[in-house]
Write a protein that binds this ligand. Structure first.
Ligand code: IPM
Ligand code: MN
Length: 348
């Protein structure tokens, strides 16, 4: 029995998660996978009512589940940072979801802003370290609000943290397809402490994977190659902040937030799956948002739970539905949000 905690969240989150659950339920029926869903109302609306981002026992409660399925967190009436830190980042950190896995895959019939690039050119995975670096919240102010103000934000990387992330990426590169190439994206020429640790760790772990080709690119050059030669990449591994930036670039070249899915993984614990896009207040409640990213995040969740066949079937059905859609953009899909969910479920 796999118990799924569901956090639909804010804005269009509940609309896309509804379609995701529809598809997951259909897949569970077809492949005889026992799945249960338990919903939690955490998000901006609850915060505005109660003043609380997450209840004290939230993390403890979530540890009792096999996976978490998250819609979107973010509310126009809540000051930026509160919900991100109080919910999303807190869950990533406290559940030690040290991998942020973001496939960048251009499906047939999806428009990419890159001229002359086809599905076979855009198919790689970004492994973003998810709990260290600039995200740990270490730093402070001196003389705040004065002309002499100093602000410090520290980038902290640990040998253990880097090594487990790099090792995950090598494992993934080994099993993903025949290419077996892993690119570390870094900035060894400037960040001579943290990136030195990253590079040494990367090259040391590489020795345990003689069948995987280790490759290195500076992060700025990586953005250039992602646009010019995305076919160069198979698996990319990178530090948290760099990964945040290049995964948005990745989402755009694969057709936008409507199709980009991600997983916050703790391979030894509870992982959380989400469409990368935000709560999209402007499209909320109109049944016009694209649920494909949420459905694909659901497929990633099934894969992580060991149901590869069901995950593959969902992806296949999504590909068939995408071939009938007019666009990946909200309101221009040629179908409503719930119609897309119905079609993917029926296609199983
Ligand atoms: C993401 C988001 C988050 C991040 C924000 C909302 C804190 O941009 O999941 O990429 O920076 O990690
Ligand atoms: Mn981001």
């Amino acid at each position: 029995m796999s118990r799924i905690a569901v956090i639909p969240g804010d804005g269009t989150g509940p609309e896309v998660i509804r379609e995701g659950i529809k598809v997951l339920t259909a897949a569970a029926d077809k492949f005889s996978i026992p799945l249960t869903f338990t919903a939690f109302d955490w998000g901006g609306a609850r915060y505005l009512k109660t003043g609380e981002t997450l209840p004290d026992n939230a993390v403890h409660t979530l540890r009792g589940f096999d996976a978490i399925y998250l819609g979107a967190i973010g509310h126009p009436d809540v000051k930026p940072g509160i919900l991100e830190q109080g919910i999303l980042l807190r869950l990533r950190f406290e559940l030690d979801q040290y991998i942020n896995l973001r496939p960048v895959k251009l499906y047939p019939n999806v428009e990419t802003p890159l001229a002359n690039k086809k599905p076979e050119d855009i198919d790689f995975v970004i492994v973003r370290e998810n709990v260290e670096g600039l995200y740990i919240g270490s730093g402070g102010f001196l003389k705040k609000g004065t002309p002499d103000e100093v602000a410090i934000q520290e980038m902290v990387c640990t040998r253990k943290g880097v090594e487990r992330c790099v090792r995950f990426a090598f494992d993934l590169a080994r099993r993903r397809n025949g290419r077996k190439k892993l690119t570390m994206s870094g900035k060894t020429n400037v960040l001579t402490f943290v990136q030195d640790l990253w590079y040494r760790t990367f090259m040391e772990v590489a020795k345990e994977y003689p069948d995987v080709t280790p490759d290195y690119a500076h992060i700025d050059a990586t953005t250039m190659w992602m646009v010019k030669n995305p076919e160069w990449f198979d698996v990319i591994v990178t530090e948290n902040m760099f990964g945040d930036i290049i995964t948005d670039l990745g989402a755009m070249i694969q057709g936008g937030m409507g199709v980009a899915a991600g997983g916050n993984l703790n391979p030894e614990g509870v992982s959380m799956f989400e469409p990368i896009g935000g709560s999209a207040p402007k499209y909320t409640g109109q049944n016009i948002i694209n649920p494909v990213a949420a459905i694909l995040a659901g497929a990633m969740m099934l894969e992580q739970l060991g149901h590869q066949k069901a995950a593959d079937a969902i992806e296949k059905s999504v590909v068939a539905v995408i071939s009938r859609m007019k666009s990946m953009a909200a309101g221009r899909m040629g179908f409503s949000t719930s119609q897309i969910g119905d079609m993917v479920a029926a296609g199983l």
